[in-house]
Design a protein around this ligand. Structure first.
Ligand SMILES: [Zn+2]
Length: 298
């Protein structure tokens, strides 16, 4: 099945498999132990294809322990990890509507319902207010698994509320961006969110508060063209793909082959689009340090 688990290399960093008590399993019985190993949910690293247990991955904040690949994190999980203490969640009163009665191969409400069931979220943006190392701030994260983290009216509403809350509380705003762009099922209303979110960011800045953007794989389209590129500081996770149009579309337009690492965070850092690339393990410390500096805190 997989070499790593058999050879005992990919194990939970906390308790080795062989020492973990599994209910109803006699660890001395080899057949039974192997069955227990095989039934533990594992995540396959898309880069090195190592099978790592879900527990081990979550302890390592979804960074592959074998090759350091940064796997995608769920929005809620990310914010709960980012904050030491969450005080409240914002914007839950906004729920998706179907203003255009849009139907493509399927009706838009059916797509929303499916995304809600798949992710357990009501929309593609999660906003929380809490504390990072004693520093209060408002942070939001895109849920990419919810219709590719696309920005519809509810995402706009929630982001605007996050900005307004930051202004009201005089706290910095942090955004973990990960999106395929605007939500085509909402047409023009979706595109309007670019202007709305950019406007609220301007108000946050006018209030003298920092707005930090963390670009996580991948960020494209209308989100790149608005809230994700107007931060005071742009941090990206290693190897994150960031762009407006996708690589294939650009290749077809300019009729040139675009080689790796085109649109990767490393490429954008070389070309001055982003400020720094930070390993996920150092992200909380980095955001804390930048915010403290920008807010003139000791
Ligand atoms: Zn890996």
């Amino acid at each position: 099945m997989n070499q790593q688990v058999k050879s005992g290399k990919v194990l939970s960093p906390v308790t080795p498999w062989t020492e973990r008590a599994v209910p109803g399993i006699d660890v001395a019985d080899e057949q039974q132990s192997l069955k227990a190993i095989y039934t533990e949910p594992t995540i396959e690293c898309p880069e090195c294809h190592a099978l790592v247990t879900r527990t081990a991955m979550s302890f390592n904040v979804y960074v592959c322990p074998q090759c350091d690949e940064h796997l995608r994190m769920k929005a809620r999980e990310r914010l709960n990890w980012f904050f030491d203490q969450v005080n409240s969640e914002l914007g839950q009163e906004f729920v998706a509507k179907d203003p255009l009665n849009f139907v493509d191969s399927r009706a838009y409400p059916a797509r929303i319902k499916e995304a809600q069931q798949k992710t357990g979220e009501t929309e593609a943006l999660v906003v929380m207010q809490g504390q990072l190392k004693g520093l209060s701030m408002v942070a939001c994260a895109f849920e990419f698994d919810f219709m590719a983290g696309s920005m519809g009216t509810v995402v706009g509403d929630r982001f605007v509320q996050a900005g307004e809350k930051a202004i009201a509380l005089k706290q910095p705003l942090v955004c973990f961006a990960s999106s395929g762009g605007a939500r085509m099922q909402e047409g023009m209303l979706s595109l309007m969110q670019m202007a709305r979110t950019a406007a609220v960011v301007e108000r946050v800045k006018a209030a003298g508060l920092p707005y930090i953007v963390v670009l996580t794989h991948p960020v494209y389209g209308g989100v790149t063209a608005s809230l994700a590129m107007i931060g005071d500081v742009h941090i990206a996770e290693p190897k994150a793909m960031i762009g407006f149009a996708g690589k294939r579309v650009i290749e077809q337009t300019v009729r040139e082959k675009l080689e790796e690492p085109f649109q990767r965070a490393e490429f954008l850092l070389d070309h001055g689009v982003i400020d720094q690339i930070v390993h996920r393990h150092a992200l909380r410390d980095t955001v804390y340090r930048i915010v403290s500096k920008l807010m003139n805190l000791p």
